[in-house]
Write a protein that binds this ligand. Structure first.
Ligand code: ATP
Ligand code: MG
Length: 732
């Protein structure tokens, strides 16, 4: 057996970690120092030299994608060590959720589940809680289902069931009632939510010592990547499995702890050392991923954080290209710049699309980028998030628009009729479906009949009738308004905005943000001139339907990656574009007043920047249409925290182009009259920014945007029809 492949491509510190004797280890190291690589080689080493079979290894990764890559890597390493080695069969490599799920499938009976138990995703969980809050006759505005989900998941993540909670006040008592009713329903219906997967498998081990013993014997080695982002229950799970006999090998970076908002506890790093006092800590300090400039920039930003464990991270790589910073007029200009820069780089080098990634703070920022990529025909994939038009809340909204445009769209009917829930029960719907089937009519027609002539209870008839009336009224009342106003009215009057809107932190905020973004998309939308469809709404629906199905590249196609910085953890790309670096966007406006949250945002910036191998491109936009309205944002403090000597500013293009180059109407020239009787060159007044000169215009009609160079406030892009602009009275 030749173990040298296991040690090749490792520096001395990495080798020490890989070949360490069997005892607990903590590897603490900055981004790109080879933690994940060490983990894979360690597994190979354990199998090749310590006599373990791959099936005796359990490794936890942060994503399913990382798990697949890890398995392939180990398989390849073992094949090099000894051709014909029994591959990596039987190895347990996966996420915490994935591994817990596997355990529950194997031991469903001992876990007290039914064999056919189903996983409840976050969306289903909210739906279920909504029903429970209603069944308990509680005030939904005081006990929003989303907050109930947050409360319950939070307790489960800390290992607490309803029976462990001692309510001290009436409010807590009510949350507890919801938790109890939810537990009972899940139990009855064989449903398991994400937090439950872990809690249930932990209890399985606790309550069945023989089973736990079996797994301890089976997995003497437990390895965890991205350890800094484990939460309480995940830590307890690892601790229980390792016990006194096993061996834990965990790797992490406190500077990359970015899931505090979801209950992750970076203290677990210290706790590990308390719980395993003999554990050796090893540090890796050489970064192999990035150029010197990228590393210096990232190190400078993270240095602004409080309470760090502190590390030195260096590279022997050249300083490389400077960090590029682009200051865009608006989000469309930013997207145009990114896409053009990608095209230019590809023309000049052998970069694949897959070497390029765009990272952003929240999914709501991806829309404009998608439009630009589609416009230039560049293949792309959104990772770790659905495409905009595939998201549940967007599909729900589109279902209303589809019904408004076409009453007999049965799929849209099915989706809209009880989203948000409006008291139309399953039995009523079954009756409607039955009538439709026997009469060969659409659900809409059948519902109309059921609401008036069918044999339904009066309450069901009323509920149905209210829904039908809502669609008719929405259609009638909004027919003469703009597309954006139409969408806005649908979101409000359907109740979708209230349904998805009720508070929450982190990822939960995204949904209501996305609804607002749909209004922005509608306001930017321009029907193609040559299109035979005469209604703007119909054209918009066709645009959405085509986009949802086709624009995104398939899994194996060479394509640009788009994702949030959270989803980019552990990954690397030659060129990384970090967009939307604006105060209030990143750091998010919810974090700027709290040190802890601001520190977590900064760690996220560190994660984002350190994804880049060769080139880091940062950008911010002066104005951004987000969540349905235009905002002016200062450049992010994270930009200022990058030392100036590392930065090269990119000169702005002469004319900001629209993100829809194929469809855009030609920019008006200086003599064309704009709405409000204005034209390029005019002097104008704005109540807040004062007097200025109109220097540029793009788009047409209600979509016209203009650039004003204000005498005092600098240059701004404004949507003319919304901006409170007046023509200045001419001075003599
Ligand atoms: P992150 O904190 O972002 O998860 P990491 O510490 O897990 O980073 P890896 O992804 O394992 O780092 O490694 C970063 C890059 O450096 C990878 O491309 C890896 O193959 C490469 N690398 C790691 N160690 C070495 C080495 N000794 N020689 C050459 N390349 C290395
Ligand atoms: Mg890693």
């Amino acid at each position: 057996m030749d173990v040298s492949p296991l040690l090749e491509g490792l520096n001395a510190a990495q080798r020490e970690a890989v070949c360490a004797p069997l005892s607990h280890r903590l590897i603490l190291a900055g981004a790109g120092a080879g933690k994940t690589r060490v983990l894979a080689h360690r597994i190979g080493w354990l199998c090749a030299t310590e006599g373990f079979r791959p099936s005796q290894v359990l490794a936890v990764t942060f994503t399913n994608k990382a798990a697949r890559e890890m398995q392939q890597r180990i398989r390849a390493l073992l094949a090099e060590v000894e051709p014909g080695y029994g591959a990596a069969q039987g190895m347990w490599v996966g996420t915490f959720h994935g591994l817990a799920h596997r355990l529950l499938r194997l031991h469903w009976r001992d876990a007290g589940l039914v064999e056919s138990f189903q996983i409840l995703d976050a969306d289903d969980q909210n739906r279920l809680l909504k029903r429970i809050v209603q069944d308990l006759e509680l005030d939904e505005s005081r006990f929003p289902p989303r907050q109930a989900a947050w409360w319950i998941n939070g307790h489960k993540d800390e290992g607490r069931r309803a029976k462990h909670i001692q309510p001290t006040d009436p409010i807590t008592r009510t949350w507890l009632r919801i938790y109890e009713a939810y537990e009972a329903t899940c139990e009855r219906s064989g449903l398991v939510d994400f937090a439950e997967l872990l809690l249930r498998s932990l209890e399985l081990w606790r309550q069945h010592p023989a089973l736990l013993e079996h797994y301890r014997l089976r997995f003497p080695n437990v390895l965890v990547d991205e350890f800094q982002d484990t939460n309480t229950i995940q830590y307890a799970w690892v601790r229980l499995l390792v016990g006194d006999s096993g061996c834990a090998f965990v790797v992490g970076d406190d500077d990359q702890a970015i899931y505090g908002w979801r209950g992750a506890r970076v203290e677990n790093v210290r706790r590990f050392l308390d719980d395993y006092p003999h554990a050796a800590t090893l540090r890796l300090e050489q970064n192999y991923r990035s150029t010197g400039n990228i590393l210096d920039a990232a190190n400078s930003v993270i240095a602004h954080n409080h309470s760090r464990l502190g590390k030195n991270l260096w590279t022997s790589a050249d300083s490389g290209a400077p960090i590029l910073v682009y200051s865009a007029y608006n989000e469309m200009d930013e997207a145009r710049f990114v896409v053009e820069d990608m095209e230019r780089r590809r023309a000049e080098s052998s970069l694949r699309f897959a070497d390029l990634a765009v990272l952003y703070r929240s999914n709501a920022l991806s829309r404009v980028l998608e439009e630009s990529l589609i416009g230039r025909g560049l293949p792309y994939r959104i990772h770790g998030g659905l495409k905009f038009f595939e998201r549940a809340e967007i599909k729900d909204s589109m279902a209303y628009l589809r019904l408004i445009a076409h009453r007999h769209d049965d799929a849209a009917f099915e989706r809209a009729v009880n989203t948000p829930p409006r008291g139309i029960g399953q039995r009523t719907l079954e009756a409607v479906r039955h009538v439709a089937a026997t009469r060969q009519s659409s659900l809409w027609e059948s519902a109309t009949w059921c609401a008036h002539d069918g044999g339904l209870a009066a309450r069901s008839k009323q509920a149905l009738d209210r829904f039908l009336g809502l669609i008719d009224q929405l259609d009638g009342d909004t027919r003469d308004t703009s597309l954006a106003q139409r969408v806005d009215a649908v979101l409000d009057r359907s109740g979708l905005r209230a349904h998805y809107g009720a508070g929450g932190r982190g990822a939960l905020e995204d949904r209501s943000d996305n609804l607002d973004e749909l209004v922005s998309v509608a306001s930017r939308y321009m029907p193609p001139d040559e299109d035979p469809i005469d209604s703007e709404l119909a054209a918009f629906l066709a645009f959405a339907a085509l986009e949802a199905g086709e624009a995104q590249a398939s899994e194996d196609q060479d394509s640009v990656s788009l994702m949030t910085m959270h989803a980019a953890k552990g990954l690397e790309f030659d060129v990384v574009y970090l967009v939307g670096l604006e105060e209030g966007v990143f750091p998010s406006h919810r974090s700027v007043d709290e040190d802890d949250r601001l520190d977590e945002e900064r760690r996220l910036a560190y994660v984002g920047m350190t994804r880049a191998r060769q080139q880091l491109v940062l950008s911010h936009a002066e104005t951004r249409r987000l969540h349905g309205s235009d905002h002016y944002h200062m450049p992010s403090r994270f930009l200022r925290e990058v030392p100036e000597h590392l930065i090269q500013a990119v000169r702005a293009a002469q004319r900001p182009l629209s993100a829809y180059p194929a469809r855009v109407s030609p920019p008006p020239n200086a003599h064309d009259e704009l709405p409000k009787g204005m034209k390029v060159g005019d002097r104008v007044v704005h109540p807040k920014f004062g007097e200025g000169t109109l220097t540029e215009a793009e788009g047409s009609g209600a979509h016209t945007r203009v650039q004003i160079v204000f005498d005092q406030a600098g240059s701004k892009w404004l949507v003319l029809s919304y901006a409170p602009l007046e023509r200045a009275t001419r001075r003599s």
